[in-house]
Design a protein around this ligand. Sequence first.
Ligand SMILES: [Fe+2]
Length: 197
Amino acid sequence: MKQPRPLARKPVLHHVTFKTSRLQEMLDWYEAVVGCTAGFTFEGAGWTTNDTANHRIAFLTSPAMKDDPEKISHTGIHHTAFEFGTLEDLVDNYERLAEVGILPDVCFDHGATMSFYYVDPDGNLVELQSDNFGNWIHSTHWMRTSEDFAREPIGVMVDPAKLIAALKGGLSVSELLKKSRAGEYQPEVPGNMHLPG
Ligand SMILES: [Fe+2]
């Protein structure tokens, strides 16, 4: 592909729109999990946001839409992601959702982020994360330059309950992150990353 001249001003990623056959379930789930409330809905669509943008997550529906039974092996979006400001906020949200039976399918210490992956009613993954460096500049630099990331770019699985027990036992976040990256909080049963093979 022939590259155009460089952008004078780069656009900002604004929203994601899903096709769905279960509009109300999706609206309810995104409100419960990430606090996205609907600004406008009708029988064919809904637009939701959890910040000051007019919408961040939207849905289109029609009676002609149907689920994809081969979703996991078909190409397309694997997950969207939302970021909490701290690890404490991420695990607090884990506990809030666990109280009503909403649990992640797989959780990773990716090195740059701690990431819990939930599955919406349509089978789309939603990553809830916090930056392990507390700072996008530092985590970006680490991803680009560290041998640790090059060696283990997907990350190490973690069990959020073990992270919470360590934090409640008084371990600092920085010590916890060293141990989680070393594999100390892995789950008894590996999680499901919703990838084929
Ligand atoms: Fe991600």
